[in-house]
Design a protein around this ligand. Structure first.
Ligand SMILES: [Zn+2]
Length: 298
């Protein structure tokens, strides 16, 4: 029987801008490019979202790094290149398969139950992506990072975590933001500044120059970054917060609209009732009160 592809209903649209707003080299304000670096619809565990990442660049003619793109670290946490499933889905599959020992069929059923449109073969592909991601931790490609330093003058490091459903641990990811390259990935049973600093240690040990670090405002993250790189400028992931905040705001807005609509209709009915009662009383006309039924249903 032929399968009918179902259309994805996008729940939210997020446009990510780079967290870094001034050029780390010449301190000029970065300018947004007129096109997106990438954009796609991504299926996350709580629904499909449209995500676009816009790069900014230094336009100072005197700057040696003029024209080099800076992108959002938060956008890099949404998914991995050439993949239309969220990193949350990938981490969830990894947890279910490795830690809870669920079979491919069971994982597939779990994802379908959450509304993720996926076939069993894709579950295998995503599990392979998960293994590649974890494999990054074992091989930190020093030469390639030295090349980035030579080209860009230093590394920009981001640190962010994911907490899969039902997982007793969090999956933390350390990235080089300019290239989107994953540097270190690890499951942390306990998240505090010490465990996060230990996760960052292989990157610290490289001894390569850093331009900046990027993270959200979580206290332990801030403390860990200050501990290992006290001198390096830090930038918050504000878009990270905005991205996650969109849906609750939208939900609140929808609820608010419904409440408001009911309240207005109630008030209209009341005042209409008063007007009509007065009119009825004045005119002794039964036909006027008949019309109130029509307004009631609207
Ligand atoms: Zn510059």
């Amino acid at each position: 029987m032929a399968k009918t592809a179902r259309r994805l209903t996008v729940q939210a649209r997020h446009i990510y801008n780079p967290e870094i707003e001034v050029c780390p080299h010449c301190k000029s304000s970065l300018q947004a490019r007129s096109y997106f670096q990438w954009r796609k619809t991504v299926q996350q565990l709580d629904g499909p979202v449209y995500v676009a990442s816009r790069a900014k660049e230094c336009v100072n003619p005197q700057c040696a790094q003029r024209g080099q793109p800076y992108t959002s670290a938060a956008a890099q946490m949404i998914t991995v290149p050439e993949c239309t499933y969220g990193l949350d889905v990938i981490a969830q599959i990894g947890w279910w398969r490795d830690r809870e020992h669920l079979s491919r069929e069971q994982i597939h059923a779990q994802l379908l139950a959450r509304g993720v449109q996926i076939c069993e073969r894709q579950v295998d592909h995503l599990y392979a992506r998960y293994q590649v991601l974890l494999g990054c931790a074992e091989r930190l490609e020093t030469h390639q990072l030295q090349d980035i330093v030579a080209e860009r003058g230093g590394l920009i490091i981001s640190l962010d975590g994911l907490e899969p459903e039902g997982a007793a641990e969090q999956l933390w990811v350390v990235r080089e933001v300019q290239t989107g390259r994953t540097l270190v990935v690890g499951w942390l049973p306990r998240v505090n500044h010490k465990t996060l600093a230990a996760l960052l240690q292989p990157v610290v040990d490289l001894g390569l120059p850093l331009l900046a670090t990027v993270s959200d405002k979580q206290g332990a993250v801030r403390k860990a970054l200050r501990l290992v790189w006290p001198e390096i400028p830090h930038q918050w992931c504000q878009s990270h917060y905005l991205g996650h905040a969109t849906r609750p705001v939208y939900d609140h807005d929808s609820t608010h609209k419904t409440v408001l609509r009911k309240a207005i209709r109630g008030a209209i009915r009341e005042s209409m009732g008063e007007v009509l009662t007065a009119a009825t009383a004045a005119a002794f006309s039964p036909s006027v009160s008949d019309r109130t039924g029509g307004h009631d249903g609207s």
